[in-house]
Design a protein around this ligand. Structure first.
Ligand code: FES
Length: 96
């Protein structure tokens, strides 16, 4: 079982394909940090509703905060809506 962090805490996002690790501070989204670093990802509503920002999770446990994924999807922890969801583990590895 991986170490867990408190809801809203900072965490690191490791970009598996990009080979980079970025820190997501409290109050900012994974999407914000990716865009700030010039990483082009698809998004639309930025509010966890539309599903456009769905991203595959390779390692780590998401803190799901969207209204798009089903409860089954959320329990699987294999995808995340990066516009609003955070992480329960200190590092989240994504297929980006
Ligand atoms: S951009 Fe719409 S769910 Fe993330």
């Amino acid at each position: 079982m991986s170490e867990t962090i408190n809801p809203g805490d900072r965490f690191d996002v490791h970009l598996q394909r990009g080979g980079r690790t970025l820190t997501v501070p409290p109050g900012e989204s994974i999407l914000d940090i990716l865009l700030d670093n010039g990483i082009d990802v698809a998004f639309s509503c930025s509010d966890g509703i539309c599903g456009t920002c769905e991203t595959k999770v390779i390692e780590g446990i998401p803190d799901h905060r969207d209204s798009f994924l089903s409860d089954e999807d959320k329990a699987e922890n294999s995808k995340i809506m990066i516009c609003c969801s955070r992480s329960k583990t200190p590092v989240l590895t994504l297929d980006i």
